[in-house]
Design a binder for this molecule. Sequence first.
Ligand SMILES: CC(C)N1CCN(Cc2ccc(Cn3ccc4ccc(-c5n[nH]c(N)c5C#N)cc43)cc2)CC1
Length: 242
Amino acid sequence: MRIDVVTIFPGYLAPLRESLLGRAADAGLIEVALHDLRSWTHDVHQTVDDAPYGGGPGMVMRPQVWGEALDAVIASDSRPPRLVVPAPAGRSFTQATARAYATEQRLVFACGRYEGIDQRVVDHYSRQFPVDEVSIGDYVLVGGEAAVLVIVEAVARLLPGVLGNPRSAAEDSFSDGLLEGPAYTRPEVWRGQAVPEVLRSGNHGAIARWRRDRALERTAKRRPDLLAALPEDRLDAADQAF
Ligand SMILES: CC(C)N1CCN(Cc2ccc(Cn3ccc4ccc(-c5n[nH]c(N)c5C#N)cc43)cc2)CC1
């Protein structure tokens, strides 16, 4: 997978080259290219923003510079892109979105700042490629860069060969629609707290049941919306207690 990120703060995306993603890049599983939006400005001040039509606070990012940048970046590789634009008003980015993006050959991220990017940029490219405006959560950030770090990590970990243990991605939260339950490791007792007996029993059936119960219990308490959204056939008779 090729990932291009256009931003006025390329240094913000440096973590994409660290650890998990760094190894994936070194292994050729992911190619990451960072592009400074200001490279496509033509004035001495490298202006990327202007006052909003209709008035209001803040500034909006100019369409001309984004158009020149995205034209150049998209043309730099033959793989067809999905353009991803993080935005507070975007559709929610979920694990299902991450799974869908993991099947793409190429993702191009447009990181806005200020009050966002002139809408005509999204409208223009939507006529040529799939374009998604996505939000990583119901809180307000200052720009799209943090969202790109989140999205790229959530997607990259699903790519074959990126995670040391592929079962992790298959069994983590949200994969079966539930939150995962509590996890434990040695020592058996820590500050007077013992590991639940069943996990040391060697009874794999009982362990699986206990883990399922804890996942259902936690989901019911913390994310009843996920439980309500589960298809009927995903809950068996033993689950009905939740
Ligand atoms: C004055 C008043 C009526 N306005 C009302 C609407 N407000 C919306 C507004 C607020 C902040 C920003 C800053 N910003 C620029 C680009 C950008 C990309 C993503 C995000 C972002 N924030 N939160 C997420 N989950 C995000 C994601 N993904 C934020 C971004 C842009 C836009 C702005 C203020």
